[in-house]
Design a protein around this ligand. Structure first.
Ligand SMILES: Cc1ncc(COP(=O)(O)O)c(C=O)c1O
Length: 481
């Protein structure tokens, strides 16, 4: 096995070739001197078969939803039907050039137009721009809209955004990038907004509130109408972080809850493969009074022609050309394949799966928020603390059993958070297998804690300094010590 872990450069043997060009003389071409290589390229000399094996083995070192269960909370790692990929890569879409005139890409523009309308219908907001490239990018767009709206009304004192302490890190980051000051409010013990804490910070300096509903602990904000009333009464706007829309899609609309702006992570709820940095998409939607501020472009229908248009007081474009067109096509196909009738089956199935896993394990793990959750829930470490086994150890031991780890140490409101989101696509058999492994890990933690504390034992790399790996990635062979 070890042999096949060898890097392709290490397999290199001088003179070994992976190709056979025809022996006919190749015509010589005069290249400018500055383009000529001064010394031989440092490339591995390997056979075609070595290359095939190398890349096949490398591909299997990655873990994705198509390898196994991936309960990464807040990420909605669900199966993305292959038909979506198939249609998104049809030559008629894949070969479009970004500078083609609108009239030659009417089919694609119809998809944009329809998708904008579908997202409006699903979220209860007036209009959408598909422009932002990710959830966080959608947040930035939404916050820029909030800023532009207040500025247009001469309300320039409003430079603060309220964010609950259970929020995803991108919320305060986006607010800061947009030039706002963030005001953090403490949540109730179930992670929901504390109304008194909210009232205490409302003032004429508040530009808006950012909220995820259900929140990052999988709990629905039951006071959302009151929250919305309070924020609006204070002159602020309500931003919906749509990362958790999977729990509510087709069942409840952020617009009906009083939200003025939302982004939707198409790569979560609407089925685009994600992880590893994209591609994703975070379309931003707004209520009627904010339509003029949407980012460009917006696709409109003029008579029977679809055209790229600009919003009147637009915050501008946040990305080039067509955005992540293939992600839009996937989302469009996904929504149509469920249809209006069945889109609302997603949330209840996701909720059932999450509650099943939670209730099957809560005798062994601390459950800080008891009761019914929506699409995900949070454990706060193992009940038996005498073993010294922490959430990180459990996450690493899961890898040995072939499961991806849940999201850990988020939300920050619990010290040993383990956020589990099974999604609606998993069968009871898979959930039972996960439950059995979690129970086995607790047993190991009691009987042989060192085994768990030193996990993983079966992966290519063991415990990494994850922060350093992200900040100083070593991606070149030569740098590997
Ligand atoms: C609650 C929440 N908000 C926002 C985001 C940001 O979305 P993206 O990763 O697409 O930028 C995430 C991502 O995981 C999230 O979970």
């Amino acid at each position: 096995m070890k042999y096949y872990n060898t890097l392709i450069f290490e397999m290199s043997k001088e003179g070994r070739q992976g190709y056979n060009l025809e022996t006919k003389p190749i015509p010589q071409v005069e290249l400018p001197k500055h383009l000529l290589r001064e010394k031989k390229a440092d490339l591995p000399e390997v056979s075609e078969f070595d290359v095939v094996r190398h890349y096949t083995n490398v591909s299997q070192k990655n873990f994705g939803v198509e390898n196994g269960f991936y309960p990464l909370g807040s990420c909605t790692m669900k199966y993305n039907p292959k038909i979506n990929d198939e249609l998104a890569t049809l030559p008629g879409f894949a070969n479009i050039h970004p500078l083609q005139p609108d009239k030659t890409v009417q089919g694609l523009l119809k998809i944009y137009y329809d998708l904008q309308a579908m997202l409006s219908e699903i979220s209860g907001l007036k209009a959408y721009s598909l422009n932002p490239f990710a959830g966080a990018h959608g947040e930035l767009a939404g916050l820029m809209i909030i800023k532009a709206y207040h500025e247009k009304h001469g309300d320039t004192k409003r430079n603060k955004i309220i964010i609950p302490d259970s929020a995803h890190g991108t919320n305060p980051a986006s607010a800061t990038v947009c030039g706002f000051e963030t005001v953090e409010i403490k949540s109730n013990s179930d992670g929901t907004v504390n109304l008194q804490a909210l009232k205490d910070v409302l003032s004429d300096e508040i530009a808006g509130l950012m909220l995820t509903n259900p929140n990052t602990a999988g709990v629905f904000e039951k006071d959302i109408l009151e929250i919305s009333r309070l924020v609006h009464e204070a002159g602020g706007l309500l931003y919906y972080d749509g990362a958790n829309l999977n729990a509510l899609v087709g069942k409840a609309k952020p617009g009906d809850m009083g939200f003025d702006i939302t982004h939707i992570n198409l790569h979560k709820t609407f089925s685009t493969p994600h992880g590893g940095g994209g591609p994703g998409s975070g379309p931003v939607g707004v209520c009627e009074k904010l339509v003029d501020f949407l980012p460009n472009p917006i696709v409109r229908k003029v008579q029977d022609i679809y055209v790229f248009d600009q919003a009147k007081d637009s915050i501008g474009a946040l990305g080039l050309f067509y955005g992540n067109a293939s992600v839009y096509i996937r989302a469009y196909v996904y929504i149509l394949s469920f249809g209006k009738e069945h889109l609302s089956d997603i949330g209840p199935m996701a909720t059932l799966n999450a509650n099943y896993v939670k209730d099957s394990l809560k005798d062994l793990f601390n459950l800080p928020i008891d009761g019914h959750c929506l699409h995900e829930f949070v454990f706060d470490g193992m009940k038996d603390e005498s073993t010294g086994v922490k959430t990180l150890d459990i996450a690493k031991r899961l890898l040995d059993y072939g499961f991806h780890a849940p999201t850990i140490y988020f939300p920050l409101i619990f010290s040993q958070s383990m956020m589990i989101e099974p999604t609606e696509v998993e069968s009871k058999d898979t959930l039972d297998a996960f439950i059995a492994v979690m129970r086995q890990i607790v047993k190991e933690s009691i009987e042989t804690p060192e085994l768990v504390k030193t996990a993983p034992h079966s992966t290519i790399v063991r415990r990494l300094d994850e922060a350093k790996a992200a900040r100083q990635p070593i991606v070149k062979f030569k740098d590997i010590k």
